[in-house]
Design a protein around this ligand. Structure first.
Ligand code: GLP
Length: 256
């Protein structure tokens, strides 16, 4: 696992955008795994300013969707993706995929899994991390070999996501998510973390001890994971020993 330490969220977003752009330039028909939530917002903002044609041959699969929210609901992840990225790029609609939160969950999850496999599998998966260590909506306790499935959201996850809704009661209780096993099949994974509320989850991940209680520790087995974290998200002990940190001048050069 590679760790890139950056000073703040903006640098994290720049790195994340760089990984997506590099992937698309190297392989225009890439299969991208995309994430929602607060963390990737800066990455999408930067991508909106870049070449919109880059996506013409790409295919995207999002990690998750709330169960019970129609695609047109303003807080659905489909609406989020439209607002933050899809409306600003030339990605044919048939090439973007999110689970359908209104469909029969069993049929939808099996179909989603099949679609990912039929595409040839995800080349680059972007991940955020929940403060309890969840990835996608895979809450603590989820088996590492799980496939796309319906989950009941933990109260702490619903509270963390309440900021996107008017009130807690409006936050759906269930979601459809790629499983941990689905995520682990991605050829490359980039996990983003920013802010102090992610510190404990990152401490557990970077301690190197694998446990189903911290879903992100499943990534320790994956051969190609890059964690991009800002200083606020990293515990003091990790910051002291951080093996890799890049200068922004280096990144600016790579972005051009
Ligand atoms: C949400 C999403 C995850 C996301 C995580 C962190 O519940 N389902 O995909 O990575 O929790 O969210 P945020 O980036 O808003 O902190």
């Amino acid at each position: 696992m590679e760790l890139i330490v950056v000073n703040h969220e903006e640098e994290m977003s720049k790195w994340a955008a760089y990984y997506i752009l590099r992937q698309l330039k190297q392989k225009p028909d890439s299969i991208l795994g995309l994430a929602t939530g607060g963390t990737p917002l800066g990455m999408y903002r930067l991508l909106r300013q870049q070449d919109k044609q880059l996506y013409a041959k790409a295919t995207t699969f999002n990690l998750d969707e709330y169960a019970g929210l129609p695609a047109g609901h303003p807080q659905s992840y489909r609406a989020y993706m439209k607002d933050e990225l899809f409306s600003a790029i030339e990605l044919p609609e048939a090439q973007s995929h999110l689970p359908d939160g209104m469909a029969d969950p069993e049929i939808e999850c099996a179909a989603y899994e099949e679609q990912i496999e039929a595409s040839g599998g995800i080349d680059l998966q972007i991940l955020g991390i929940g403060s309890n260590g969840h990835i996608g909506f895979n809450e603590p306790g989820t088996p590492f070999d799980s496939r796309t499935h319906k989950v009941e959201l933990k109260e702490e996850t619903r509270k963390a996501n309440q900021r996107f809704f008017d009130k807690l009661d409006d936050v759906p209780t269930h979601a459809l998510t790629m499983g941990i096993g689905t995520i682990l099949k991605s050829r490359k994974i980039v996990l983003l973390a920013s802010g102090q509320e992610k510190q404990e989850a990152l401490r557990l991940l970077l301690s190197g001890i694998q446990t189903v209680d911290v879903p992100a520790t499943s990534l320790l087995d994956h051969p190609d994971v890059t964690v991009i974290a800002d200083c606020a998200a990293l515990p003091e002990t990790v910051l002291e020993q951080a093996a890799i940190s890049f200068s922004m001048e280096h990144l600016n050069l790579m972005m051009t």
